[in-house]
Write a protein that binds this ligand. Structure first.
Ligand code: SAM
Length: 235
């Protein structure tokens, strides 16, 4: 049996009873980085053996699949949040399903839902783009296509590339788009900044060093679009 187990994105209390039960009763915890998950295991007194799962290595997938075929109970985690959401996991899930191995997917923490629900914007739907590609042309194409749907657009970004992303947004979408960034969600220094891209850039550039993890939400909707979304939300 394969369990997909979301883990906290910052605050260690953000773990469900069911996730803890799956981790405590698992034979193996399949993880991106055993040293990272060892800290989680220490915090929750988990005893299962940690096995590295490397999605880019066919032999690693095979090894994990073999454990499942032997009937072992395996819990798949990522470094933080929900596995398979801009994180490894889907290849193992696919392989498990192809081999008729039962997969149980547990709901739980994700930076995506945490940011969206705390942003205070309407919209029953949204576009999630995950991490941006490296090339500026591709970034612009992705964002402009997503904005056409008239729904909020959610992006994951690192502290090293946040300014570059915001500058691309400023120069290509300028005043049409409202930006909300959520930094260090659920952690001590959680922070929200919103405004036009130019305003958010100014605020970030005021600090000596940009630290932490970011979720960026773009809202390019007109007031009418947003109102329509609100009505759809309620119905
Ligand atoms: N699977 C994870 C999830 O469900 O949220 C996402 C993993 S992805 C490799 C890591 C990215 O998620 C970060 O670069 C950042 O964009 C976002 N992220 C994760 N934790 C966060 C946090 N506490 N605050 C803000 N963003 C976070």
């Amino acid at each position: 049996m394969l369990y997909i187990v979301p883990t906290p994105i910052g605050n260690l209390q953000d773990i469900t009873l069911r996730a803890l039960d799956a981790l405590k009763t698992a034979d193996f915890i399949l993880c991106e980085d055993t040293r990272h998950t060892a800290r989680l295991a220490d915090s929750y007194a988990l005893k299962a053996k940690l096995v590295r799962y490397n999605e880019n290595d066919a032999s690693s997938i095979e090894r994990c699949l073999n454990l499942l075929k032997e009937g072992k109970k395996c819990a798949l985690v990522s470094d933080a949040g929900t596995p398979c959401i801009s994180d490894p996991g889907w290849r193992l899930v696919q392989a498990a399903r192809q081999n008729n191995i039962k997969v149980e997917t547990l709901p739980g923490p994700s930076a995506l839902t945490c940011a969206l629900s705390g942003a205070g914007i309407s919209g029953g739907g949204f576009s999630f783009l995950g991490f941006m590609p490296r090339k500026q042309g591709k970034i612009v194409k992705l964002i402009s296509t997503a904005l056409l749907l008239d729904k909020p657009v959610v992006i994951y970004e690192s502290p090293y590339r946040i300014i570059k992303l915001l500058e691309i947004i400023e120069s290509n979408f300028g005043s049409e788009v409202k930006v909300i960034i959520a930094r260090e969600l659920t952690k001590t220094f959680e922070e929200w900044i919103s405004g036009l891209a130019s305003e958010v850039i100014l605020k970030l550039k005021e600090r000596k060093k940009i630290l932490g993890e970011f979720v960026v939400i773009l809202d390019g909707r007109t007031k009418e679009d947003a109102k329509e979304n609100e009505e759809e939300d309620i119905s």
